[in-house]
Design a protein around this ligand. Sequence first.
Ligand code: FES
Length: 311
Amino acid sequence: MASAQPKIKSKVRCLDGEVGEIVHVIADPISLEISHIVVRANGTQRQVPASAIAAVRDDSVELLCNAAQIAGYPEHKPDDFLTSKQVEIPHLENKVHVEPGDLLVPFPVLEKSCPRRNFFAGFIHVIGALIALPLAWPVLRFITKPMYAPYDNHWIKIGNVSKIKTEDVGVQYIFKKAFTDSVLQREEDKNHWVIKATPEVLKKIYKHGDISFTDEKGEVIWVNKQTVPYVAFAGKCPHLGCGYKWRSHKTLGQVFLCPCHLSIYDNTGKVLDGPAPRPLDVLPIKVSATGDIEIIDVEYKAGKSELVRIA
Ligand code: FES
C-alpha cells in the first residue's frame, strides 16, 4: 500500500472505473496499520484488504481489481467491530489519521465469544436463582394456585328461601366468599341468583333429567334433583363473565339481562338474545329444613358453549 493514507469519503476507482467511496477504515490494533478499507458500492459495504490498494491520491483510492471483483470481497459486518471511540488503543489515532468514529478495530475475539466467561455468567445466574427461589416461592404459589388447586367443593351458605316471595322470579343472593392461601387471606363479594321454580319452569330446566356435578377427577360430588323447586344460577354471565340483573324487558317481560353485551336469558336460564354461547350456569344447591340455601361455588369457563369447569 502507498504511504499516504486513505481518507473517508474518498472515491474508490477500480481498473475499469469508479465503484463507490470509502465509509470506514479498519486498523489492526496490534500493528496499528490499516488492514482494510470499507467501500460502499452498489448499496453494499465491502471490506477490501489494504493489499488491494494500488495508490492513494488526495481525493481517491485506486484498486488493483476490476469493478466486478468488488462483490467478491466479504460484506462488512458492523457488529464485528468497535469504533476507535469505544476502545483505548494507545497511539492508534496518531498513526492512522481518520476521524475517530470512522476508524474501526475488530471486536476482540475474547469479548465476542468466551466459553469460560459464558459458563461463569450462567453459573452465577443459576446460583442467584437458587438463592431467590425460597423467597419467590410463596408468591409463585399464590399466582399459580388457580392452575393446580383442586376445585373448591365446599358448601357455602348464601341466605334463606324466605327472601323469595314469588315463584319463577330471579332473586339475588350476595355473599362473601373467603379464600385461604399460604400468603394471603381475603374475602370476595360474590352473588348468585335463585328462583323458586313452578313445575313448568322446573321441567324446562331439567329437560335432560337430574343435573350432576363432578370434581377434577370426574367423580360425581352432587346431583341436583328435579324434584327440588329451588334452582341457583351462577352470578356471572357465561358470555364473558359480567354480572347480570333481573330486569323488565318491554317485549320479553321479566328476564335476566347482562348489561355488557346485552345477552338476555329467561327464568330457566335459556338464552333469548345476545352473544351468550350457553344458558346460565346451574349450581349445586341444597335447602335445609329451615330454608337455608347452600351452594357449591362451581365456576365454568366463560365464552364456551360447553361446560368446562375451572373452579
Ligand atoms: S358478558 Fe354478558 S353478554 Fe357479554
